[in-house]
Design a protein around this ligand. Structure first.
Ligand code: ADP
Ligand code: TRP
Length: 322
């Protein structure tokens, strides 16, 4: 089975990205043929600063490797290093109904807000379809928000196959556990756009300060409280061991604690949980050439596959063989 997913380089990764997506991608590398890429062409629809786009693209590679992505098991590459994908995108674009793309949420939401969308955002799902189809991917692990895009991909692949023969493998979305909806420091869903993130590769001291500032309710110290759904408890559960989490849950149910103590326990657990990846990332950052080699080797593997699939598509629709 070929598993494929993409991560946009749009800024530092946060706990929501890790627990909601990245952790599970990495786990899949052990049993599947995994292709993971850094979706810089997609990020260009929002990141319009070239220095930042370059930096964040490189940073995502560092982040993934520090978090355990093993380049001997999974293929890691940068989206734009496989130019075949952009050509395949055009082939798919010629058969992509306007109505289908008009219903896609990123474009629809922007339009509903009265903002002007560009063609990049409008056709974003077609490029995503090309990403998936270029490698004969059959399983695409994604968060709930991306399921619509996988449906678009299936539609486009289905109609191309219908018109031109059996060219593309039909992929399936593999929806990651939605229970891992990580809250931000204001209790809303953690997201870069809400400015409420705890970043994975934050300095431990700075992160401790952020944790100390998490907004809590004004509950009386002696009142018991249901742990699930409490921001501090939910964050603590992600980074603490199972037995520490159970002890903390019992403390909530008993009552008689201050939020300051909980925040301290959360900061301690977070520091311990992230210590190893943070150390590994600092080491990797000292060897940028090694990262570039990994990305180049990944791109070579990916290009070989994409070139074969593109040729199949070109032959089928009459672009090659004149
Ligand atoms: P952001 O909202 O910060 O811009 P992205 O949309 O770039 O984050 O997130 C990339 C992936 O990370 C999403 O597809 C989703 O699967 C996961 N993710 C992001 N935020 C959270 C969260 N708060 N809880 C769980 N998963 C999340
Ligand atoms: N659109 C995805 C996101 O915002 C990133 C992405 C680009 C992707 N191409 C992909 C994910 C192909 C899965 C498969 O998270």
């Amino acid at each position: 089975m070929r598993v494929l997913s993409g991560i946009q380089p749009t800024g530092p990764i946060h706990w929501g990205n890790y627990f909601g997506a990245i952790r599970q991608y990495i786990a899949l590398q052990d049993n599947e043929q995994a292709f993971y890429f850094i979706a810089n062409l997609h990020a260009l629809t929002t990141v319009r600063n070239p220095a930042k786009l370059r930096q964040w693209t490189f940073d995502v590679a560092l982040d993934l490797l520090a978090l355990g992505l093993n380049p001997d098991k999974a293929t890691l590459f940068v989206q734009s290093d496989v130019q075949e994908v952009s050509e395949l995108c055009w082939l798919l674009m010629t058969g992509a109904p306007m109505g289908l793309l008009e219903r896609c949420h990123a474009y629809k939401d922007k339009k509903a807000k009265g903002l002007i969308a560009d063609a990049g955002l409008f056709t974003y799902p077609v490029l995503q379809a090309a990403d998936i189809l270029a490698y004969d991917s059959d399983t695409v692990p994604v968060g709930e928000d991306q399921v619509q895009h996988i449906e678009v991909c299936r539609d486009l692949a289905g109609s191309f196959n219908h018109e031109f023969g059996d060219v593309f493998v039909m992929p399936k979305a593999y929806v990651l556990e939605t229970s891992a909806r990580v809250p931000g420091i204001d209790g809303e869903k953690m997201s870069k756009s809400y400015n409420n993130t705890l970043n994975v590769f934050e300095d431990a001291k700075a992160q401790r300060k952020q944790i100390m500032r998490i907004v809590t309710d004004s509950r009386q110290m002696d009142q018991p409280k249901e742990p699930a759904g409490d921001v501090l408890f939910d964050l603590y559960s992600l980074v603490a061991s199972e037995s520490d989490r159970d002890t903390m849950a019992a403390l909530y149910r008993r009552g008689g604690f201050g939020y300051g103590e909980i925040k301290k326990a959360l900061a301690d657990a977070a520091e311990k949980f992230w210590a190893e990846p943070r150390k590994r990332r600092a080491e990797l950052a000292g060897h940028p050439d090694r990262i570039k080699e990994i990305l180049a080797a990944g791109a070579a593997v990916a290009r070989k596959k994409a070139a074969a699939v593109l040729k199949r598509a070109q032959d089928a629709c009459g672009i090659k063989g004149v």
